[in-house]
Design a protein around this ligand. Structure first.
Ligand SMILES: NC(=O)c1ccc[n+]([C@@H]2O[C@H](COP(=O)([O-])OP(=O)(O)OC[C@H]3O[C@@H](n4cnc5c(N)ncnc54)[C@H](O)[C@@H]3O)[C@@H](O)[C@H]2O)c1
Length: 355
């Protein structure tokens, strides 16, 4: 019988979705033993909804509980300290994005995980869904061929109501804007399917809401493969969509436009030829459905914990994503082309926020 892993969820905003879509959907794999939030009203509401037996307003108390996994869903500036404390307490850690406020802090987490009993999983639930997972299989089997070009749009809408939560919209507490908080998912999907970035130009502006952080961004990227990618992100789209297109030598992939689950079907997989179509059909013949978002992620997380294999999302993945953010913001701030990787000697290695 597979083990039922005991989880404590800290933070009842997106933490509620981790429970509803992820843990509650897999009662044979996870049990949420404890819930923590400094907001006692929210704690009681979510605790009652999912009948969580143990509730606390103290993160320190969570560290002492008999749980296997601490799932950190608090505001961004708490992530590093809470993750380090959870690893030091011998727990497995799941942490929401952004896991840290700089590449230096990510490297601190990587070093801490190396010395810890538990393992660390960042959260990129947008990789889960039947559409993007089929595309990933085709790419990983080498059937897509040479990558040509990706176009990635994150066109969402955020209004004053969203920014009523005080940590949002401020550089010292949100740590970034649309690139860090919203478009991070689609950009992770892009590098996951097409590979790492070599260099880029970016421009950002704040035009939609009266906030400190950027809410519109564009960028032109050259990937290490030589392929190109174009990114566009705004929080001022009156119809919300996420849209990704990937043009490869043998196939073009086109995502659905569901803003918050663009990995789900319908994805179009458009082969270049009858031969490519036959190879792709053969590769997907035994395909079994991969569930959306936290449901799919937590199923694979459980399988990896049980087997002791690599976690579905790793600190290296989060590092790559935050390196891209660092480069995008540095280019936008300086007007210069930025080459990756960002070395520890780079001006933005210790913080992408300094001007
Ligand atoms: N993966 C995704 O799609 C996704 C979606 C939304 C948010 N997020 C990320 O999740 C994090 C939380 O975002 P949110 O929208 O849920 O924010 P939120 O403000 O709605 O919820 C955070 C909760 O943490 C609680 N909290 C604050 N300090 C705490 C502490 N010291 N101990 C325990 N609880 C504490 C707050 O009371 C609040 O209820 C952010 O980093 C955000 O970027 C990710």
């Amino acid at each position: 019988m597979p083990k039922v892993w005991k989880v404590a969820v800290v933070g009842c905003g997106i933490g509620r979705s981790h429970i509803a879509e992820g843990y509650a959907a897999h009662p044979d794999k996870f049990r949420v033993e404890a819930l923590c939030d400094i907001d006692a009203t929210r704690l009681a509401k979510v605790g009652d909804e999912f009948a969580v037996p143990r509730r606390t307003t103290s993160f320190d108390e969570v560290l002492r509980l008999d749980v296997d996994i601490i799932d950190i869903c608090t505001p961004p500036t708490l992530h590093v300290a809470q993750s380090l404390a959870a690893l030091a307490a011998g727990k497995h850690v799941i942490c929401e994005k952004p896991i840290a406020g700089s590449l230096a802090e990510v490297d601190q987490l990587i070093a801490a995980e190396r010395d810890a009993a538990g393992r660390f999983m960042p959260v990129f639930q947008y990789r889960y869904g039947n559409g993007v997972q089929r595309a990933k299989r085709v790419v990983d089997l080498g059937l897509a061929g040479k990558p040509y070009l990706a176009t990635v749009e994150t066109a969402w809408k955020r209004t004053a109501a969203y920014y009523a939560i005080p940590w949002r919209g401020r550089l010292d507490t949100e740590l970034g804007g649309v690139l860090l908080t919203q478009a991070i998912h689609a950009h992770d999907m892009m590098t996951w399917l097409m590979g790492p970035v070599a260099s880029l130009f970016a421009a950002t502006t704040t035009r939609v809401n009266p906030i400190e952080v950027e809410d519109c961004a564009v960028a032109s990227l050259v990937l290490q493969s030589g392929a190109l990618a174009s990114l566009a992100a705004t929080l001022g789209s009156h119809k919300e969509i996420s849209r990704l297109r990937f043009c490869f030598e043998h196939v073009t992939f086109e995502s659905s436009q569901a803003p918050y689950s663009p990995g789900d079907d319908p994805w179009q997989i458009i082969p270049a030829s009858d031969e490519a179509a036959a190879r792709i059909a053969e590769a997907l013949r035994d395909w079994t459905l991969v569930s959306s978002r936290f449901n799919g992620l937590m199923a694979q997380y459980h399988a990896a914990l049980e087997a002791g294999t690599a976690l579905p999302i790793t600190l290296a993945d989060a590092r790559q994503s935050l390196e891209l953010i660092t480069a995008l913001l540095h280019s936008a701030q300086t007007g210069a082309r930025v080459d990756l990787p960002i070395a520890p000697s780079h001006a933005k290695y210790r913080s992408w926020r300094q001007g």
